[in-house]
Design a protein around this ligand. Structure first.
Ligand SMILES: Cc1ncc(COP(=O)(O)O)c(C=O)c1O
Length: 391
């Protein structure tokens, strides 16, 4: 069949991740009646070929058909996505990997992968005529939301834990956002936000609106495209709210539906957490399909991993199960060592979350969970330059 040249969204509807109930895509939606995430669905089939991507812009918007924005004029972009997939050749040789890659998300606008999700959520908010967006954040998502709101001419309100490095707060303020500091974790931020929320504020909390996931899934599309549509054996991802993990998996489901990757050859997905707050690891060890709320999380230098309870917890656990993956905890001490190791061997300064991913990878290789002939992709989700205060 002919390839379609049209750059039109194939977005068809939203459905509840638990019940499958369909929700009207033409109305502003948050989460389902069952209190579960809503997920965007597309009319996909093998009528499109990867060749449609040739010559397209080098951003996540190259996957235009598989993104939910109806009209181009609503796209709010700062050039996010198409980050490099770097070979880690020195580490590969030293630790005996067959193939070792790093998807370096630090190179996104505002220095983290949060740019992808917030570009999409703010574009959709613009499409719906929303004027003010609000977010509880561990830091990076707040900075990204503030930047995209500034670009879209919207107001931004950000709730951030007091303990977040000052630079994250300053960044939001530079973009004109109102920042409210909160004692405790991102969960306490969310609680206070709910109390103070005004009727015209649109809440873009992780997985409580459907479109940040659509931005994050582009990491999966890019990994597949950058590896010439041959997926790695293992993908290792630092998991807080889990949007990236769920999103990458969703991308692979969609790519299978498109016929761009073969069926049944998906990577094993690994969720990495800080041992200061590791609800996913505990649920994985107990073989339960949701995460009980983590009590009294300790501080950690990996701010993005201090999430006591993810709204999409069942979806995270389902990705780990479906992919035959696993969950791993890493200590701050290991993270510090990981930051220095990669910096000195590969010349890359990874965020604490990214360094946790590398240390988990080392452990999994040492225990032979990652085999001699396997290819591995690590996600560095943010820039270390924002965390200097932590180390
Ligand atoms: C650098 C970094 N990595 C990872 C995460 C966790 O991301 P997710 O919520 O997609 O699991 C965050 C969240 O704040 C982050 O800032």
């Amino acid at each position: 069949m002919e390839t379609l040249p049209a750059l039109k969204s194939l977005y068809s509807h939203l459905h509840c991740s638990k019940s499958g109930q369909v929700y009207d895509k033409n109305e502003v939606q948050t989460y389902s009646l069952l209190h579960k995430p809503l997920v965007a669905q597309y009319q996909l089939g093998d009528f499109l070929k990867p060749s449609i991507l040739e010559g397209r812009e080098n951003t996540m918007w190259r996957y235009r058909e598989f993104l939910p924005i109806e009209k181009d004029e609503n796209i709010v972009s700062l050039g996010e996505g198409m980050t490099p997939l770097l070979p880690l050749n020195q580490l590969k040789t030293k630790f005996g990997f067959e193939q070792l890659w790093l998807k370096d998300e630090a190179l996104n606008p505002t220095g983290s992968f949060k740019a992808r999700g917030l570009s999409m959520a703010i574009s959709k908010a613009k499409e719906f005529g929303i004027k003010t967006c609000v977010i509880p954040t561990a830091g990076n998502a707040g900075g990204a939301m503030s930047a995209y709101c500034a670009k879209a001419g919207m107001k931004a309100v950000v709730y951030m834990p007091e303990q977040t490095p000052a630079l994250f707060k300053k960044e939001c303020e530079f973009f004109g956002a109102k920042v409210i500091e909160v004692k405790g974790t991102i969960a306490d931020c969310a609680q206070l936000m709910q109390k103070e929320k005004q009727t015209d504020w649109f809440d873009v909390s992780t997985m409580k609106e459907p479109f940040r996931l659509e931005g994050k899934k582009t990491m999966g599309y890019e990994i597949a495209e950058q590896m010439s549509w041959e997926l790695p054996d293992v993908i290792i991802y630092p998991t807080g709210g889990g949007t990236g993990l769920i999103g990458i998996w969703k991308a692979f489901q969609e790519l299978e539906q498109l016929g761009w990757i073969p069926k049944g050859f998906r990577p094993r997905m690994v969720a990495v957490q800080s041992d200061a707050c590791d609800p996913v690891v505990q649920a994985y060890q107990k073989r339960i399909d949701y995460t009980p709320s983590f009590k009294d999380p300790r501080p950690t230098i990996a701010n993005g991993l201090r999430v006591p309870k993810a709204f999409g917890d069942e979806m995270i656990m389902s990705v780990l199960e479906q992919s035959r993956g696993r969950a791993v905890s890493i200590s701050d001490k290991q993270i510090q060592a990981g930051i220095e190791e990669i910096a000195q061997i590969e010349g890359l300064l990874l965020s604490p979350e990214g360094a946790a991913v590398w240390m988990a990878c080392r452990e999994l290789k040492e225990s032979n969970w990652i085999g001699e002939n396997e290819s591995v992709v690590l996600l560095n989700t943010g820039s270390m330059y924002k965390y200097m205060e932590n180390v």
